[in-house]
Ligand binder design. Structure first.
Ligand SMILES: [Cu+2]
Length: 168
């Protein structure tokens, strides 16, 4: 009986360890929270992913780049709205001040997957590697949510912008 209890405790502790690892993948200096991507319609050449970065260090860091097997390139874009039209700008790097929390979400900062090799399907997830100047590489899994999730409207002009950017 005692032995059985010990075994159960062991399994619980193991489960907790896996969960803790999933929340802070690879690095404790940078924590990546709530990664998600929006499902893409068939034939889409770009996709967008969102997450929150927390810098747990007392020194600044920088997100320098990212890569994923599901797309040719990964870029960081900021969106600004002028006269009701949204413009996207590629950012070469994203600054993380000491103890900063930086949120990528629809309508502002986002991670752009350029040259999608396959559609992002709701319910699936894909790997994404983030490269930081100090914290190094952090591997995460990005779950895919519904097409148009969390962004009412504004989807069509954004997609148009991305396609134009790709033709350059
Ligand atoms: Cu974009």
């Amino acid at each position: 009986m005692k032995r059985a209890i010990k075994l159960i405790l062991c399994i619980v502790a193991f489960g907790a360890a896996i969960q803790a690892h999933a929340q802070t993948p690879g690095s404790s200096a940078i924590v990546v929270e709530h990664p998600w991507a929006r499902a893409t319609p068939g034939g889409a050449k770009t996709g967008a992913a969102y997450l929150t970065l927390i810098n747990n260090e007392d020194s600044a860091d920088q997100l320098l780049g990212a890569s994923t097997p599901v797309a040719d390139k990964v870029q960081f874009h900021s969106t600004t709205e002028e006269n009701g039209v949204s413009h996207m700008r590629e950012m070469p790097a994203v600054d993380l001040s000491p103890r900063a929390k930086v949120t990528f979400d629809p309508g502002s900062l986002h991670i752009m997957l350029v040259g999608l090799k396959q559609p992002l399907k709701e319910g699936q997830s894909f790997p994404l590697t983030l490269s930081f100047a100090k914290a190094g590489k952090v591997d995460i899994a990005v779950p895919v949510a519904k097409v148009g999730a969390m962004q009412p409207g504004g989807m069509a002009p954004m997609m148009h912008g991305h396609d134009e950017m790709m033709k350059k």
